[in-house]
Design a protein around this ligand. Sequence first.
Ligand code: PLP
Length: 359
Amino acid sequence: MNRALNFNAGPAALPEAVLKEAEKNWLNFNGSGMAVMELSHRSKEYQTVHDKAISLLRKLLTISDDFEVLFIQGGASLQFSMVPMNLLEEGQTAQYVLSGSWSEKALKEANKIGSTLIAGSSKDQKYRFIPEYNADIQSNAAYLHITSNNTIYGTQWHSFPSNEKNPLIADMSSDILSRPLDINNFDLIYAGAQKNLGPSGVTVVIIRKDLLNKSPENLPAMLNYNTYASNNSLYNTPPTLAIYLLSLVLEWAEEEGGLQQIQKMNEKKAKALYDVIDESEGFYLGHAHQDSRSLMNVTFNLHSEEASKDFLQQAKEAGFVGLGGHRSIGGCRASIYNAVPPEHVHKLAEFMTTFKNKY
Ligand SMILES: *Cc1c(COP(=O)(O)O)cnc(C)c1O
């Protein structure tokens, strides 16, 4: 069977090797006579899977013992609420940089919990770039929240604010594991798995242990980071199948050569598409400013709306999946996460060139 040319924004393509490995073990995981999702989450077999996922994350991202690695359900969207519920104390202000729709949603949830402030925004410029942010962070700030990659607008932070004065919190749902990262520059990172880490159903939270002291005691257990931290994310039944697939994706990433190699591959993939856009003399128009471009989501329009429509229609007929822009902004978007093979990206680059020459 031919694998689809899948450019979906999330859930997104998974490495074929991961799916094959999962298939091999589907009915009989490690000789247990059971599928992974039939194992008790209290069994030794499952414990091994769970611990391996955590230790591989620690290794690949170089996460020190100052941090806890947690598995939580509810997607990145639940983190929009859990972050302020746990970390925004009364009398403090949470600062948000608005760089796209997801950061707006994060701010909206924080507003329900406490006092907030917009530290920077590029909203009036259609989120075409990562905004400047106010560096004079208030002394009573609880944290500064950023979205490291803006999945919908196709922009990405290429350097980060310092966390020396205030905790830095990042939604990395769409670019975690795509490049090396200095985890010590952050205090909390969260990422829904379904873009770069695995299937939907599990969200990874990396939290500095110091911050765990801040959670109010009257929080519901399932909304308190401490519940996950003190029970190795096994307080209740975790999404065992999603965590198993996450562990396979992490093994794959390690075999690919780790994050430095993955970054190189991602840079080449992105360049192939951005080069077509830049050399098209205005036929293709990139949405993001060049210095804010994302390596994960390449967003563009064609010179006219009609041409965009034709492009999407013909791309679909040629077998490309998921190239329509997010319903909120339209246009075109190619999501080229870690698992999207370079050959698929090159096929798309060729298709774009051929389409332009024919038009
Ligand atoms: C996809 C995405 C989300 C939402 O994730 P869910 O798991 O669907 O809640 C949040 N933030 C970013 C940056 C995303 O790309």
